[in-house]
Structure formats: structure tokens, C-alpha cells
Design a protein. Structure first.
Lengths: 157, 676
């Protein structure tokens, strides 16, 4: 995991915006991608303290080196069946507007670069469903990667 | 602020402090109707402001300070009528306002371009009238002063004399002992001199580049040789007006001597030292400014915040070490001793860092008396402001945010609350209205209250207006007084028909409510018609570190501020009674207390609260509630971490805290559990 994190840091340091880099992760059999410029850290799953009266997707809070950050479960967001956390489960910490949020994913895979021309707009037939978290559909080698919209994922409802 | 050079920043900091002190002195003098005690200090402050401003090339500010200094110089030996004292104090306030306005401009990175002409003239006229022994007359006050006129040439005090041929002068200047930065000051003098003199030669020559020149200047003085068409007197006058000049010699020199002195100056310092000193420099007592040396340094608040955070982390780290599970069951006498020592040191460190952030309210209160002073003249109501507990200390954040709310409340009290003298007499009250501003510490809160003996709030009118605006839908009988009074906190709420300079737009109380809320505080309004009203503001003392009591519910740990815990006890479930609404209660010592089962309240699963557990009585505002939890875990100091903006606010939870073992606990806010 460390190597992946180092790689992300390196890319962020010398970021070149021509070909966007994405961190891919899996949920079930699907591959998802997330723009790495928001990613702050990747950590293994740890004890999540639940907070009362929160929306379903907000699993609780964790202690990230002295900072308490909220954690959301992407499976709830994407209307997937819940799955018990195991030692492959990861929390991707994203930082948006100066606040960090952890996102629980099944496991992280790798960093890939996908050119904009290889990203198609998401189908627009369903605005109500999980599409609102989808930014586009990218092609990388033989894979299809669903690119998620970080803002939509972490902001309320 | 970062754009300022350090000198300017220092100047602003110092001047602002002096201005605050000055304002306070003037208020004191006004209250006593006697200025004699304050004269020396006001004089000193003005002297310092003058000196500093002149050095910063802020001529207008310097000039005003200079005139007032002159004025006070004269006052020493004149006995004053009370009318004269009032005029003097008024001038002082005018000057303070002028200074503050200019400081503000400078702080914002602008130029101090306000003209002091009007003010200087007024003071001069007044000065003349009292020094001639005449009955002091109040010079005409130009009703609207224009502060942005650039000073025109004829105002500058140096009028070029008609002498055609410039004379050569040789001047030797000594600075005050505590002047500091003599080289910079010397350079400023030379720079200014260029306007009216030519062929300037000075020694030491390397004043700017070489810091060592400071010592030379201190020892031998600063030599300037120049040619000017102004008279010796004017030059003399000019030098004595400069800041921090302690002693000066100005000599007119003949043409033939000019070259020889120039020769003397140019070579090394031996020559200069050889020159006979006509009169040894004598130290003037008056000019030792700031007799009480300040032992203050100014520190960026951000750094204090950082330090605070670090100490917070340290507290957590300490308990991580001391309560480390690896140590469990071990008998470690020496370790325990050492860790106790560590605890003591950390506690002390924590206390000190907290106290660094604490500032007394006196400055803020002082501002309020100024507002009352200014306003009472305009609204024509005699009002007396009583300050109680000014020394109460609060966190710096609180000071910053409390000023505006207090101002609005006091303005309201003066404008709406206090009646005019005639109606007051009619109502059998003292003609002079009274506003009491008090502060004190109560438990973990700072309580600030503003009480007036005016006519009180008009409940009916507030209700009618609120009803009209749709803010209240209940009938009036069903509303508590508090509920109705709270209406005045709404934006744009005003029962006033007429908008005055001070109030009536209904924005003030809205600001009050917002600011207090951002401090985590609460406002209570009490009022009795015809007797007066009292607005009480409760603000938590500090928000950073809390002495907490941990209670466990299933595997969730809650932290209760120890301040709000009254007691804890175990009673059997049979003693829990419930009323018709299903609200459970326990009777203790003849009083019934409502019970909140935390597991049900927050929907936490896995607790065995049905059978056993512990009741914790918490108190807020004289109201008690029993919380029911699985067990008490212990007592610890915790660092409060605020809720992330992505987490929905939950009633009763004010933040998170990290426990010694890295676990997260939720901090309960007692006020969120009260039934009201």
C-alpha cells in the first residue's frame, strides 16, 4: 500500500494535467476511478466510531493521526449491497475544501492515466439513481472504469 | 498586516496601545471632572505618539500630538475651570478619533492622508486663549470636518525666510537614551533636512549600512553640516521638534570656517572627538518616555493557536503512554513516580498556555464607556455606565467577537431603554439613567450582563410585530416571556417606527445573536415593564480542552464536561417511574428528575441498559437531567475537536475528543438534553 501512496505523492508533486491520473479501486466486480488530485492518503480500514443521527452513508468517524475525520461507505452511496470489512478494505482519504473525508472501498488497485478523449459522459437516462455520483466512463486498456464525482460523493444527500 | 514593514507594524501596535490608554485616562478625567492627575501621563503619551509619528514621517498625526502636548505643558501651571477641562477632554477625544482613523488607514495598507489642520487650529486658538489668561472660549466647531484634504503648503510650520544667501550651520544632535535605532532616526532627519537645506554633510556617514554607527551616534552625537536660508532660530526650532532629540547644538558658521569644519568632519573620528564640546549633554528627565517599561512582546495569535494545539496533542500523548495497555498489570514504582511528575509539568504547561490566550475584558468595557459618553450627548439623556468585573478574563476569540454585540446592546439600551429625563422623573426614577455592564465567571462560563433601568421591553408590541411578520403563530398567552423577547434577535425586527442614527433598523440584535452563537454562547433576556431590562450573555470560558468524565454505552464512549456532572449513582430499575407520555423519571431526595437513556436516545445497539447501569445527573442552567449509561469509565482531560462540516449537527453532541488509547469519544453538551 505504501508504494501506491508514494506513487500518488510523486504524481501529485509533478502533476501534469494533460492526461488525468486516476486511482482505481474495486467495488464487487466493477472498477471505479477517482481523480487523484483530491486524494490525501490511503489507509487500511480501522475502527470506525459511529455517530448518532447521521445519514446512512456516513459510517462514523476515525482518528487519522490526531485528526478526526468522517468516513462514508461508497457502497451505500452507490446503492450496492453492504459487505463486511476485511483486511483488503481500504479507506481513501480525500481532501476537499480544506476538510478531509474518508471513503471506504473494497480495495484499491492502481494509478492509471486516462486521457480526456477516452472518457465518455455518463448515460443520462437516470438522474435519480447512483448516476449522480458518476462523472464519466473511462476506457483503460481493456477495462471500463467508472469515474466517480468526489464532490457529489461526500457532500450531503 | 503582512505587507507592512516591521517598523510600521511596531509603530501601529505601540500607538494603538497608547491610544487605548489615553482614552481610558480621558474617561477617568471626565468622570472626576479633574484632569490634574492625568496630565503627566497624557503628556507623556502624546509625546511618544508625536515622536514615533514624526519618525514614521506621519506629519499630521505628529502635529496634532504636538499641539496637545503643548496644551498640556501649559496646563501644569494654570488652574482650570470645569468648562475648560471639558473642552480639553473633548479635544483629546477628537485627537484620539483622528489618530484612530489614521491608524486604521495605515493598518489597511493605506496612507495616513487625513488633515489635522482644523484640529490643530482649534487647539492652538484654545491654547492662546488660556495662556492669555482670558476666560477660555470655545472656538467655533466646524461642523463637518473634511479629513481628506491634503495639507496645503502654508500649513507646514516652516516658512522659507527671505534671506537670500544661505548660511552654513553646524549641528550636533544627541538622541534620548532609549530612542533606539539612532541610525535610522538620523537618516530620517537628514532626509527631511533635504527639503530646506543643501550641501548636507553628516557624520557618521555610514549610518544606514553600518549598525555600528549607532554606538558612535550615542557616544559623540550626530553631526550635520548644511547650508540653508532659514534663520538659526528656525533651525533650532526644527530640531527641537524632532522625535527623541535630547540635546542639540546649532551653530552658525562663517564661510571661511565652513571648509575647515568640513575638513575636520571628513577624515576619521579622532578629529571629531578632538573638537571641544561646548556644553556637555545633559539628560532631560521629561523625555524618558514610557517610565513603566513594558515587558510585552507581541506574538501572532496563530502561533499561540498552534502552541495550544500541540499542548493538546501532548496531553493525549501523555495519557497514551501512561495508560498504555502494555503496562497493564505491571508493578512499576519508578515509572509511576516519573509519570506523575510528567503529569504535573504538563498540567502547568496547559494552564499557562490557556492563560496566554486570556485577556481581561477591561479594554472592551472601556470602549463601551466611550460609546455611552459619545451617545449621551447626542440622544440628550444623562446616563451613567457602571462597570463591574472588568478584570474578568476571557479567551482572545471571545474578546474579538464580543465587542460588536455589546455595542449594539448598549446602544439599544440608551436609545430605546432609557427614557428621557422628564419621563424618568415622572416615573419616580432618578433623572440619570443607569446601565450596568458586568462580567463574572460562573462555572465554566463567562457571564456578561447588560442591565438598564429604563422602561423595559414592550411585550405586547413585540408580540404584535412578531405575529404580523409570521414569526409567532401561537396566541400570546401560550408564549413564554423568553420566547417573545427572543423575537428581537431576528434579523430586521424592529418595533421602532423611526430609524435614528443609532438604532431602529433591526440589524443590531441580529448581529448580537450571530456573534454569540459563533462563540457557542447563549443569550437570555429579562425585562420588566417600567423597571428595566437585562440581557445576559453566557459564553463558555474556553473551547479547547475539557475536563471530562467518560461514560460508556455499549462500545460508544461519551465525554461529559465534569463541570456539568452533579453526581452519579445506581438505583434499581424498579424505582424508575414513567408518566403518561412514557417519560421516565427517578425520584431522588423528594425531587423527580427526567431520565434519558442514552442508548435509546442515540439508537446505540448492544447495551444491556435494561438491567443495570449508572445514572449520571447533569446540570445546565439550574435544570437537571439524569443520563443513563452502562458504566463510568473514568476521568480525563480531553482536547475538543470540532465537528467536521460533513457531519450533521446532532443535538446534545458538541464535538469529538481523542482518548488516551486513540479511541474517539463524543463530547456531550448538557444544554442539548434539557427538556425545555
Amino acid at each position: 500500500m505504501n508504494t501506491l501512496q508514494d506513487e500518488i505523492q510523486e504524481i501529485k508533486d509533478g502533476m501534469d494535467f494533460d492526461a488525468e491520473k486516476y486511482l482505481t479501486f474495486s467495488i464487487g466486480n466493477d472498477k471505479y476511478g477517482m481523480d487523484i488530485k483530491f486524494i490525501e492518503d490511503i489507509i487500511g480500514v480501522q475502527k470506525i466510531t459511529s455517530v448518532p443521527n447521521q445519514p446512512d452513508h456516513l459510517k462514523g468517524v476515525i482518528n487519522l493521526r490526531g485528526i478526526i475525520i468522517p468516513v462514508i461507505d461508497i457502497r451505500v452511496r452507490l446503492n450496492k449491497e453492504l459487505r463486511a470489512y476485511d483486511d483488503r478494505t481500504c479507506i481513501i482519504v480525500v481532501n476537499m475544501e480544506d476538510a478531509s473525508v474518508g471513503i471506504v472501498v473494497d480495495t484499491v488497485l492502481e494509478v492509471v492515466s486516462i486521457e480526456d478523449k477516452n472518457i465518455a459522459n455518463p448515460p443520462s437516462y437516470d438522474q435519480e439513481g447512483d448516476n449522480q455520483y458518476m462523472k464519466g466512463i473511462g476506457k483503460f486498456k481493456d477495462d471500463v472504469i467508472i469515474i466517480v464525482d468526489c464532490y457529489a460523493l461526500i457532500s450531503e444527500s | 498586516m503582512s505587507t507592512h514593514d516591521p517598523m510600521m507594524e511596531m509603530y501601529l501596535f505601540e500607538t494603538n496601545q497608547l491610544l487605548n490608554r489615553l482614552e481610558q485616562l480621558c474617561m477617568d478625567a471626565e468622570r472626576k471632572q479633574d484632569i490634574s492627575e492625568e496630565i503627566p501621563e497624557i503628556f507623556r503619551i502624546m509625546h511618544t505618539i508625536k515622536g514615533n509619528s514624526m519618525m514614521m514621517l506621519l506629519e499630521d498625526i505628529g502635529k496634532v500630538a504636538h499641539r496637545i502636548e503643548d496644551l498640556f505643558d501649559k496646563l501644569d501651571d494654570i488652574s482650570l475651570s470645569s468648562a475648560a477641562i471639558e473642552t480639553i477632554i473633548d479635544y483629546n477625544f477628537e485627537a484620539i478619533d483622528f489618530f484612530k482613523r489614521e491608524m486604521n488607514k495605515l493598518e489597511l495598507g493605506g496612507k495616513a492622508d487625513g488633515s489635522s489642520f482644523d484640529l490643530v487650529q482649534k487647539i492652538e486658538a484654545f491654547l492662546e486663549s488660556i495662556s492669555n489668561g482670558e476666560k477660555p472660549m470655545v472656538p467655533p466647531v466646524s461642523s463637518d470636518q473634511k479629513y481628506f484634504i491634503p495639507p496645503s503648503d502654508n500649513q507646514t510650520s516652516f516658512i522659507a525666510s527671505e534671506q537670500a544667501t544661505p548660511d552654513a550651520y553646524f549641528a550636533r544632535l544627541f538622541f534620548d537614551d532609549d530612542a533606539q535605532m539612532e541610525n535610522v532616526r538620523a537618516f530620517t532627519i537628514v532626509h527631511n533636512l533635504k527639503d530646506k537645506a543643501e550641501d548636507i554633510v553628516y557624520f557618521p556617514e555610514d549610518i544606514v549600512e553600518n549598525e555600528g554607527s549607532i554606538d558612535k551616534i550615542k557616544e559623540d552625537g550626530f553631526f550635520i553640516l548644511f547650508k540653508t536660508s532659514e534663520s538659526q532660530e528656525e533651525i533650532h526650532q526644527y530640531f527641537s521638534n524632532l522625535a527623541y532629540i535630547n540635546n542639540q547644538e546649532v551653530n552658525l558658521i562663517e564661510d571661511q570656517d565652513y571648509d575647515s569644519i568640513l575638513q575636520d568632519l571628513k577624515p576619521k573620528e579622532e578629529v571629531v572627538q578632538a573638537e571641544p564640546v561646548a556644553s556637555p549633554p545633559k539628560v532631560e528627565e521629561v523625555s524618558t518616555v514610557g517610565a513603566s517599561k513594558q515587558n510585552f512582546i507581541s506574538v501572532d495569535v496563530q502561533r499561540v493557536d498552534q502552541l495550544m494545539d500541540l499542548v493538546g496533542e501532548l496531553v493525549v500523548a501523555e495519557s497514551m503512554v501512561v495508560n498504555n495497555p502494555d503496562l497493564l498489570g505491571l508493578k512499576l514504582n519508578n515509572f509511576d513516580k516519573a509519570s506523575r511528575q510528567l503529569r504535573l509539568v504538563i498540567n502547568e504547561l496547559q494552564d499557562i498556555i490557556m492563560s496566554v490566550r486570556m485577556v481581561p475584558l477591561s479594554m472592551t468595557f472601556q470602549k463601551m464607556s466611550r460609546i455611552v459618553r459619545d451617545m449621551k450627548k447626542k440622544v440628550n439623556k444623562p446616563v451613567e455606565l457602571e462597570l463591574v468585573g472588568e478584570e474578568t478574563e476571557v479567551d482572545k476569540n471571545v474578546i474579538e467577537k464580543i465587542g460588536d454585540p455589546l455595542m449594539h446592546i448598549i446602544r439599544n439600551a440608551m436609545d430605546h431603554g432609557i427614557e428621557d429625563p422628564a419621563s424618568r422623573l415622572e416615573a419616580g426614577k432618578d433623572e440619570v439613567g443607569k446601565i450596568t455592564l458586568s462580567a463574572s465567571h460562573v462555572g465554566g462560563d463567562v457571564v456578561i450582563s447588560i442591565k438598564d433601568d429604563g422602561k423595559g421591553l414592550d411585550k405586547e408590541r413585540i408580540y404584535d410585530k412578531a405575529f404580523e411578520k409570521g414569526l409567532i403563530t401561537k396566541p400570546m398567552d401560550a408564549c413564554s416571556d423568553q420566547e417573545i423577547y427572543q423575537m428581537i434577535m431576528n434579523a430586521g425586527f424592529s418595533t421602532k417606527v423611526e430609524v435614528t442614527e443609532f438604532s431602529g433598523r433591526g440589524v443590531g440584535m441580529d448581529v448580537v445573536a450571530k456573534n454569540i452563537e459563533s462563540l457557542g454562547g447563549a443569550i437570555q433576556i429579562n425585562s420588566e415593564k417600567g423597571v428595566g431590562s437585562e440581557i445576559t450573555i453566557l459564553i463558555p470560558l474556553t473551547l479547547a480542552i475539557v475536563d471530562g468524565m467518560m461514560i460508556r454505552v455499549a462500545d460508544t464512549i461519551f465525554t461529559l464536561p465534569i463541570m456539568s456532572v452533579k453526581e452519579s449513582f445506581i438505583v434499581s430499575q424498579d424505582e424508575v417511574i414513567s408518566n403518561s407520555d412514557g417519560q421516565e423519571m427517578v425520584m431522588i431526595r423528594g425531587t423527580c428528575y427526567p431520565v434519558i437513556r442514552l442508548d435509546k436516545h442515540y439508537d446505540i445497539k448492544g447495551s444491556h441498559l435494561d438491567h443495570e447501569g449508572i445514572f449520571v445527573m447533569i446540570e445546565h442552567d439550574d435544570e437537571q437531567v439524569l443520563l443513563f449509561a452502562d458504566e463510568l469509565v473514568g476521568e480525563q482531560q480531553v482536547v475538543v475537536k470540532s465537528l467536521s462540516k460533513y457531519i450533521k449537527k446532532v443535538k446534545g453532541i458538541s464535538g469529538f475528543a481523542l482518548l488516551g488509547d486513540g479511541q474517539i469519544s463524543m463530547i456531550l453538551d448538557p444544554s442539548g438534553f434539557m427538556m425545555a
